[in-house]
Design a binder for this molecule. Structure first.
Ligand code: GLY
Length: 430
Protein backbone atom coordinates (compact mmCIF):
# COMPACT_ATOMS: atom_id res chain seq x y z
CA UNK A 1 0.00 0.00 0.00
CA UNK A 2 0.99 3.58 -0.63
CA UNK A 3 0.14 5.85 2.31
CA UNK A 4 0.26 9.63 2.57
CA UNK A 5 0.18 11.08 6.10
CA UNK A 6 -0.65 14.77 6.53
CA UNK A 7 0.87 16.77 9.40
CA UNK A 8 4.15 17.65 11.08
CA UNK A 9 3.82 17.29 14.86
CA UNK A 10 4.66 14.70 17.49
CA UNK A 11 1.32 13.03 16.79
CA UNK A 12 2.27 12.59 13.15
CA UNK A 13 5.74 11.24 13.96
CA UNK A 14 4.07 8.67 16.23
CA UNK A 15 1.55 7.77 13.50
CA UNK A 16 4.28 7.59 10.86
CA UNK A 17 6.43 5.38 13.10
CA UNK A 18 3.52 2.99 13.63
CA UNK A 19 2.37 3.02 10.00
CA UNK A 20 5.93 2.31 8.85
CA UNK A 21 5.86 -0.93 10.86
CA UNK A 22 2.93 -2.26 8.85
CA UNK A 23 3.85 -5.10 6.51
CA UNK A 24 1.12 -3.80 4.20
CA UNK A 25 2.90 -0.51 3.56
CA UNK A 26 5.27 -0.37 0.63
CA UNK A 27 5.67 3.44 0.60
CA UNK A 28 4.96 6.13 3.19
CA UNK A 29 5.02 9.85 2.50
CA UNK A 30 4.51 12.52 5.14
CA UNK A 31 3.66 16.08 4.31
CA UNK A 32 5.22 18.29 5.45
CA UNK A 33 6.57 16.00 8.19
CA UNK A 34 9.59 16.77 10.39
CA UNK A 35 13.10 15.33 10.83
CA UNK A 36 11.61 12.44 12.85
CA UNK A 37 9.16 11.41 10.15
CA UNK A 38 11.99 11.60 7.61
CA UNK A 39 13.55 8.61 9.41
CA UNK A 40 10.53 6.38 8.72
CA UNK A 41 9.23 7.69 5.39
CA UNK A 42 9.73 10.39 2.79
CA UNK A 43 8.78 13.96 3.63
CA UNK A 44 7.04 16.15 1.07
CA UNK A 45 6.71 19.92 1.02
CA UNK A 46 2.94 20.43 0.82
CA UNK A 47 1.62 22.46 3.75
CA UNK A 48 -1.29 20.84 5.60
CA UNK A 49 -3.70 23.42 4.17
CA UNK A 50 -2.54 22.94 0.57
CA UNK A 51 -5.49 20.67 -0.19
CA UNK A 52 -5.02 20.78 -3.95
CA UNK A 53 -1.31 19.99 -3.71
CA UNK A 54 -2.00 17.05 -1.40
CA UNK A 55 -4.82 15.47 -3.41
CA UNK A 56 -3.00 16.13 -6.70
CA UNK A 57 0.05 14.27 -5.41
CA UNK A 58 -2.10 11.44 -4.01
CA UNK A 59 -3.88 10.99 -7.32
CA UNK A 60 -0.70 11.15 -9.38
CA UNK A 61 1.14 8.63 -7.16
CA UNK A 62 -1.77 6.21 -6.78
CA UNK A 63 -1.93 6.69 -3.00
CA UNK A 64 -4.18 4.03 -1.41
CA UNK A 65 -4.82 5.87 1.83
CA UNK A 66 -4.51 9.47 2.99
CA UNK A 67 -4.27 9.78 6.79
CA UNK A 68 -4.99 13.25 8.15
CA UNK A 69 -3.31 14.14 11.45
CA UNK A 70 -4.48 17.67 12.34
CA UNK A 71 -7.99 19.14 12.39
CA UNK A 72 -7.42 22.18 10.13
CA UNK A 73 -7.33 20.38 6.77
CA UNK A 74 -10.33 18.25 7.81
CA UNK A 75 -12.39 21.32 8.68
CA UNK A 76 -11.34 22.81 5.34
CA UNK A 77 -12.52 19.74 3.43
CA UNK A 78 -9.49 17.54 2.67
CA UNK A 79 -11.55 14.36 3.15
CA UNK A 80 -14.22 15.76 0.78
CA UNK A 81 -11.60 16.48 -1.90
CA UNK A 82 -10.22 12.94 -1.50
CA UNK A 83 -13.75 11.50 -1.83
CA UNK A 84 -14.32 13.49 -5.05
CA UNK A 85 -11.18 11.89 -6.50
CA UNK A 86 -12.01 8.44 -5.12
CA UNK A 87 -9.01 8.35 -2.76
CA UNK A 88 -9.56 6.62 0.60
CA UNK A 89 -9.04 9.08 3.43
CA UNK A 90 -8.92 8.52 7.19
CA UNK A 91 -10.65 11.50 8.78
CA UNK A 92 -14.11 13.03 8.59
CA UNK A 93 -15.49 15.24 5.86
CA UNK A 94 -15.92 18.95 6.58
CA UNK A 95 -19.57 18.68 7.63
CA UNK A 96 -18.65 16.12 10.32
CA UNK A 97 -15.35 17.83 11.23
CA UNK A 98 -17.49 20.77 12.34
CA UNK A 99 -17.76 18.89 15.64
CA UNK A 100 -14.31 20.36 16.33
CA UNK A 101 -14.48 23.34 13.95
CA UNK A 102 -17.44 24.89 15.76
CA UNK A 103 -17.86 24.51 19.52
CA UNK A 104 -21.34 26.03 19.19
CA UNK A 105 -22.33 23.28 16.71
CA UNK A 106 -20.69 20.64 18.93
CA UNK A 107 -22.80 21.75 21.91
CA UNK A 108 -25.98 21.70 19.80
CA UNK A 109 -25.25 18.13 18.69
CA UNK A 110 -24.64 17.02 22.25
CA UNK A 111 -27.87 18.59 23.49
CA UNK A 112 -29.90 17.20 20.58
CA UNK A 113 -28.58 13.69 21.20
CA UNK A 114 -28.53 13.86 24.99
CA UNK A 115 -24.77 13.52 25.40
CA UNK A 116 -23.82 14.67 28.92
CA UNK A 117 -22.13 18.08 28.81
CA UNK A 118 -22.09 21.39 30.71
CA UNK A 119 -25.01 23.80 30.21
CA UNK A 120 -24.08 26.67 27.94
CA UNK A 121 -25.08 29.79 26.03
CA UNK A 122 -23.83 31.03 22.65
CA UNK A 123 -23.19 34.72 21.85
CA UNK A 124 -22.02 36.64 18.81
CA UNK A 125 -22.33 40.12 20.34
CA UNK A 126 -20.76 41.53 23.46
CA UNK A 127 -23.73 43.32 25.05
CA UNK A 128 -25.99 40.28 25.43
CA UNK A 129 -22.97 38.24 26.59
CA UNK A 130 -22.17 40.82 29.28
CA UNK A 131 -25.83 40.96 30.38
CA UNK A 132 -25.72 37.21 30.86
CA UNK A 133 -22.37 37.34 32.67
CA UNK A 134 -23.71 40.02 35.06
CA UNK A 135 -27.07 38.36 35.50
CA UNK A 136 -27.78 34.64 35.43
CA UNK A 137 -24.27 33.24 35.16
CA UNK A 138 -22.69 31.17 37.94
CA UNK A 139 -18.95 31.32 38.61
CA UNK A 140 -16.44 29.98 37.86
CA UNK A 141 -17.41 29.58 34.22
CA UNK A 142 -15.68 28.98 30.93
CA UNK A 143 -15.54 31.32 27.92
CA UNK A 144 -14.60 29.56 24.67
CA UNK A 145 -13.97 30.78 21.15
CA UNK A 146 -16.30 28.69 19.00
CA UNK A 147 -13.86 28.23 16.11
CA UNK A 148 -10.40 26.69 15.85
CA UNK A 149 -8.01 28.70 18.01
CA UNK A 150 -4.98 26.38 18.15
CA UNK A 151 -5.86 25.24 21.67
CA UNK A 152 -5.75 28.80 23.03
CA UNK A 153 -9.44 29.70 22.86
CA UNK A 154 -10.56 28.50 26.31
CA UNK A 155 -10.53 30.80 29.35
CA UNK A 156 -11.62 29.70 32.83
CA UNK A 157 -13.04 32.76 34.59
CA UNK A 158 -13.34 33.13 38.35
CA UNK A 159 -15.61 36.19 38.30
CA UNK A 160 -17.59 38.56 36.12
CA UNK A 161 -14.62 40.84 35.45
CA UNK A 162 -12.47 38.02 34.07
CA UNK A 163 -15.38 36.69 32.03
CA UNK A 164 -16.21 40.11 30.58
CA UNK A 165 -12.54 40.65 29.64
CA UNK A 166 -12.36 37.24 27.94
CA UNK A 167 -15.63 37.80 26.04
CA UNK A 168 -14.54 41.28 24.95
CA UNK A 169 -11.10 40.05 23.84
CA UNK A 170 -12.74 37.43 21.63
CA UNK A 171 -15.84 39.23 20.35
CA UNK A 172 -14.64 42.83 20.07
CA UNK A 173 -10.83 42.77 20.02
CA UNK A 174 -10.61 39.74 17.74
CA UNK A 175 -7.76 38.01 19.61
CA UNK A 176 -8.62 34.77 17.87
CA UNK A 177 -9.74 36.34 14.60
CA UNK A 178 -12.81 34.77 13.04
CA UNK A 179 -12.57 31.80 15.46
CA UNK A 180 -13.73 34.11 18.26
CA UNK A 181 -16.58 35.85 16.43
CA UNK A 182 -18.93 33.46 18.18
CA UNK A 183 -18.30 32.39 21.77
CA UNK A 184 -19.66 29.65 23.98
CA UNK A 185 -20.07 30.41 27.68
CA UNK A 186 -20.51 27.28 29.72
CA UNK A 187 -20.64 26.12 33.32
CA UNK A 188 -17.34 25.04 34.82
CA UNK A 189 -17.28 21.31 35.46
CA UNK A 190 -15.37 19.95 38.43
CA UNK A 191 -13.30 16.77 38.26
CA UNK A 192 -10.25 15.33 36.55
CA UNK A 193 -9.94 15.51 32.77
CA UNK A 194 -9.68 12.39 30.66
CA UNK A 195 -9.30 11.60 26.95
CA UNK A 196 -11.36 8.91 25.21
CA UNK A 197 -10.92 7.81 21.60
CA UNK A 198 -12.92 5.63 19.25
CA UNK A 199 -12.21 4.62 15.67
CA UNK A 200 -15.37 4.65 13.63
CA UNK A 201 -16.64 4.22 10.09
CA UNK A 202 -19.99 5.72 11.23
CA UNK A 203 -21.70 2.32 11.45
CA UNK A 204 -19.56 0.63 14.05
CA UNK A 205 -16.86 1.81 16.42
CA UNK A 206 -13.82 0.40 18.20
CA UNK A 207 -12.83 2.15 21.43
CA UNK A 208 -9.11 2.77 21.94
CA UNK A 209 -7.25 2.69 25.23
CA UNK A 210 -7.83 5.52 27.69
CA UNK A 211 -5.39 8.38 28.28
CA UNK A 212 -4.79 11.27 30.60
CA UNK A 213 -3.35 14.49 29.20
CA UNK A 214 -1.54 17.16 31.24
CA UNK A 215 -2.58 20.41 29.59
CA UNK A 216 -1.15 23.11 31.84
CA UNK A 217 2.43 24.27 31.50
CA UNK A 218 3.35 24.01 35.18
CA UNK A 219 3.57 21.30 37.79
CA UNK A 220 0.38 20.48 39.66
CA UNK A 221 -1.70 21.88 36.81
CA UNK A 222 -0.48 25.47 37.28
CA UNK A 223 0.17 28.07 34.59
CA UNK A 224 -1.36 28.58 31.19
CA UNK A 225 -2.99 25.91 29.05
CA UNK A 226 -0.83 24.37 26.33
CA UNK A 227 -1.47 21.84 23.59
CA UNK A 228 -0.46 19.21 26.17
CA UNK A 229 2.77 18.78 28.18
CA UNK A 230 2.55 15.03 28.65
CA UNK A 231 0.20 12.08 28.83
CA UNK A 232 -0.20 8.61 30.26
CA UNK A 233 -2.10 5.55 29.07
CA UNK A 234 -4.06 3.81 30.44
CA UNK A 235 -5.82 6.39 32.55
CA UNK A 236 -6.27 4.70 35.94
CA UNK A 237 -9.18 7.03 36.69
CA UNK A 238 -11.16 5.39 33.91
CA UNK A 239 -12.24 2.03 35.24
CA UNK A 240 -14.61 -0.38 33.50
CA UNK A 241 -17.73 1.46 34.68
CA UNK A 242 -16.51 4.80 33.40
CA UNK A 243 -15.35 3.48 30.02
CA UNK A 244 -18.66 1.68 29.64
CA UNK A 245 -20.53 4.91 30.43
CA UNK A 246 -18.39 6.81 27.92
CA UNK A 247 -19.15 4.28 25.19
CA UNK A 248 -22.91 4.16 25.88
CA UNK A 249 -23.60 7.78 26.81
CA UNK A 250 -21.00 9.63 24.75
CA UNK A 251 -19.49 7.80 21.78
CA UNK A 252 -22.52 5.84 20.59
CA UNK A 253 -25.13 8.64 20.68
CA UNK A 254 -22.69 11.03 19.03
CA UNK A 255 -21.94 8.71 16.10
CA UNK A 256 -25.65 7.87 15.72
CA UNK A 257 -26.58 11.50 16.14
CA UNK A 258 -24.19 12.60 13.43
CA UNK A 259 -25.64 9.96 11.09
CA UNK A 260 -29.11 11.20 11.94
CA UNK A 261 -28.06 14.73 11.03
CA UNK A 262 -26.73 13.54 7.69
CA UNK A 263 -23.11 14.17 8.72
CA UNK A 264 -21.58 10.71 8.69
CA UNK A 265 -18.47 10.70 10.89
CA UNK A 266 -15.54 8.45 9.98
CA UNK A 267 -12.10 8.65 11.51
CA UNK A 268 -11.19 8.96 15.16
CA UNK A 269 -13.63 10.59 17.53
CA UNK A 270 -11.78 12.11 20.47
CA UNK A 271 -13.88 13.09 23.47
CA UNK A 272 -12.23 15.46 25.94
CA UNK A 273 -13.99 14.57 29.18
CA UNK A 274 -14.44 15.72 32.75
CA UNK A 275 -15.00 12.88 35.18
CA UNK A 276 -17.57 14.58 37.42
CA UNK A 277 -19.25 13.08 40.48
CA UNK A 278 -22.36 12.75 38.27
CA UNK A 279 -20.46 10.73 35.64
CA UNK A 280 -18.37 11.58 32.58
CA UNK A 281 -19.29 14.78 30.73
CA UNK A 282 -17.92 16.01 27.42
CA UNK A 283 -15.86 19.21 27.45
CA UNK A 284 -15.29 19.10 23.70
CA UNK A 285 -14.97 16.83 20.74
CA UNK A 286 -11.95 16.63 18.49
CA UNK A 287 -11.97 14.92 15.12
CA UNK A 288 -8.37 13.65 15.17
CA UNK A 289 -5.97 11.91 17.52
CA UNK A 290 -4.85 13.86 20.56
CA UNK A 291 -1.34 15.22 20.76
CA UNK A 292 0.43 13.95 22.91
CA UNK A 293 -2.12 11.18 23.60
CA UNK A 294 -1.37 9.65 20.20
CA UNK A 295 2.27 9.13 21.20
CA UNK A 296 1.39 6.89 24.17
CA UNK A 297 -1.35 5.09 22.21
CA UNK A 298 0.98 4.24 19.32
CA UNK A 299 3.65 2.88 21.66
CA UNK A 300 1.05 0.62 23.33
CA UNK A 301 -0.78 -0.49 20.18
CA UNK A 302 0.27 -4.02 19.20
CA UNK A 303 -2.08 -4.47 16.23
CA UNK A 304 -1.30 -3.19 12.77
CA UNK A 305 -2.76 0.33 12.61
CA UNK A 306 -3.11 0.48 8.84
CA UNK A 307 -6.00 -1.99 8.34
CA UNK A 308 -7.92 -0.17 11.06
CA UNK A 309 -7.45 3.23 9.43
CA UNK A 310 -8.33 1.83 6.00
CA UNK A 311 -11.44 0.11 7.34
CA UNK A 312 -12.67 3.41 8.83
CA UNK A 313 -12.15 5.12 5.49
CA UNK A 314 -13.89 2.35 3.54
CA UNK A 315 -16.81 1.63 5.89
CA UNK A 316 -15.51 -1.85 6.73
CA UNK A 317 -14.73 -1.54 10.42
CA UNK A 318 -17.13 -4.38 11.26
CA UNK A 319 -14.62 -6.71 9.57
CA UNK A 320 -11.81 -5.72 11.97
CA UNK A 321 -10.92 -7.29 15.30
CA UNK A 322 -10.67 -4.98 18.30
CA UNK A 323 -7.08 -3.68 18.52
CA UNK A 324 -4.61 -5.47 20.78
CA UNK A 325 -2.70 -3.42 23.32
CA UNK A 326 0.49 -3.79 25.27
CA UNK A 327 -0.78 -4.20 28.85
CA UNK A 328 2.13 -2.12 30.10
CA UNK A 329 1.52 1.57 30.80
CA UNK A 330 3.09 4.29 28.69
CA UNK A 331 4.03 7.87 29.42
CA UNK A 332 5.12 10.76 27.25
CA UNK A 333 6.91 13.91 28.44
CA UNK A 334 6.96 16.96 26.19
CA UNK A 335 10.14 19.01 25.90
CA UNK A 336 9.06 22.52 24.99
CA UNK A 337 10.85 25.72 23.99
CA UNK A 338 11.46 28.34 26.68
CA UNK A 339 8.56 30.80 26.58
CA UNK A 340 5.99 28.34 25.18
CA UNK A 341 2.97 28.68 24.97
CA UNK A 342 3.86 32.36 24.48
CA UNK A 343 6.67 33.61 22.27
CA UNK A 344 9.77 31.48 21.91
CA UNK A 345 12.94 31.39 19.84
CA UNK A 346 13.56 28.86 17.10
CA UNK A 347 16.78 27.46 15.67
CA UNK A 348 18.32 26.45 19.02
CA UNK A 349 20.64 23.41 18.69
CA UNK A 350 19.36 20.18 20.28
CA UNK A 351 22.03 18.04 21.92
CA UNK A 352 22.12 14.54 23.35
CA UNK A 353 19.44 12.88 21.26
CA UNK A 354 22.02 10.47 19.82
CA UNK A 355 22.83 9.32 23.39
CA UNK A 356 19.28 8.09 24.00
CA UNK A 357 18.76 4.36 23.43
CA UNK A 358 15.50 4.01 21.56
CA UNK A 359 13.64 0.77 20.89
CA UNK A 360 10.33 -0.90 21.62
CA UNK A 361 10.27 0.60 25.14
CA UNK A 362 11.36 4.14 24.34
CA UNK A 363 10.79 6.45 21.42
CA UNK A 364 11.53 10.15 21.07
CA UNK A 365 8.95 11.60 18.71
CA UNK A 366 9.84 14.85 16.97
CA UNK A 367 7.39 17.75 16.91
CA UNK A 368 8.90 21.24 16.51
CA UNK A 369 12.32 20.29 15.16
CA UNK A 370 14.22 21.10 11.96
CA UNK A 371 17.59 20.29 10.41
CA UNK A 372 19.82 23.30 9.80
CA UNK A 373 23.18 22.59 8.18
CA UNK A 374 23.22 19.04 9.51
CA UNK A 375 22.31 20.16 13.05
CA UNK A 376 18.97 19.33 14.68
CA UNK A 377 17.42 22.53 16.03
CA UNK A 378 14.20 23.63 17.70
CA UNK A 379 11.48 24.80 15.33
CA UNK A 380 8.30 25.05 17.40
CA UNK A 381 6.75 25.35 20.84
CA UNK A 382 6.54 21.64 21.57
CA UNK A 383 9.85 20.22 20.41
CA UNK A 384 10.07 16.52 21.33
CA UNK A 385 7.85 13.92 22.99
CA UNK A 386 9.90 11.44 25.03
CA UNK A 387 7.68 8.37 25.20
CA UNK A 388 8.31 5.21 27.23
CA UNK A 389 6.71 1.93 28.27
CA UNK A 390 7.39 0.19 31.58
CA UNK A 391 6.22 -2.84 33.54
CA UNK A 392 4.79 -0.26 35.93
CA UNK A 393 3.94 3.39 35.44
CA UNK A 394 6.80 4.23 37.79
CA UNK A 395 9.23 2.32 35.57
CA UNK A 396 7.85 3.99 32.42
CA UNK A 397 8.18 7.36 34.09
CA UNK A 398 11.78 6.77 35.21
CA UNK A 399 12.71 5.54 31.72
CA UNK A 400 11.18 8.61 30.07
CA UNK A 401 12.72 11.09 32.53
CA UNK A 402 16.19 9.53 32.18
CA UNK A 403 15.99 10.31 28.45
CA UNK A 404 14.54 13.77 29.17
CA UNK A 405 17.67 14.55 31.25
CA UNK A 406 19.96 13.33 28.48
CA UNK A 407 18.48 15.61 25.81
CA UNK A 408 19.28 19.27 26.10
CA UNK A 409 18.69 22.62 24.43
CA UNK A 410 18.78 26.16 25.74
CA UNK A 411 15.43 27.01 27.28
CA UNK A 412 14.34 23.35 27.54
CA UNK A 413 11.06 23.37 29.45
CA UNK A 414 9.16 20.36 30.77
CA UNK A 415 6.93 19.27 33.59
CA UNK A 416 8.53 17.08 36.22
CA UNK A 417 5.24 15.61 37.40
CA UNK A 418 3.86 13.88 34.30
CA UNK A 419 2.11 10.72 35.49
CA UNK A 420 1.98 11.88 39.13
CA UNK A 421 -1.83 12.20 39.15
CA UNK A 422 -2.15 8.68 37.70
CA UNK A 423 0.36 7.30 40.22
CA UNK A 424 -1.60 8.95 43.05
CA UNK A 425 -4.80 7.31 41.78
CA UNK A 426 -3.06 3.92 41.68
CA UNK A 427 -1.76 4.45 45.24
CA UNK A 428 -5.30 5.25 46.41
CA UNK A 429 -6.50 1.93 45.01
CA UNK A 430 -3.85 -0.05 46.91
N1 GLY B 1 -3.95 16.87 23.94
C1 GLY B 1 -5.14 17.54 23.62
C2 GLY B 1 -5.41 17.71 22.19
O1 GLY B 1 -4.78 17.10 21.36
O2 GLY B 1 -6.29 18.48 21.86
Amino acid sequence: MRVLLVGSGGREHALAWKISHSPLVEKLWITPGNPGTAQVGENLSFAVNDLEGIVGFAKEQGVDLVVVGPEDPLVQGLADRCAELDIACFGPRADAAELEGSKAFCKEVMVRHRVPTATYRVFSELNPAVSYLQGGARYPLVVKASGLAAGKGVVICADVREARDAAKAMLDDGVHGSAGRTIVIEDFLDGPEASAFALTDSRTFLPLETCQDHKQLGEGGSGPNTGGMGAVSPNPMMGARTTDAVERQVILPTIHGMNHEGRRFQGVLFAGLKLTPAGPKVLEYNVRFGDPECQVLMLRLKSDLVPLLLACAKGQLDQCEAPEWDARPAITVILASGGYPGNYEKGIPIRGLDLVWTGDDLQVFHAGTAMEGGQLVTNGGRVLAVTALGDTLLEARDRAYAAVETIDFDGKTYRRDIGEAALQTLRNFQ
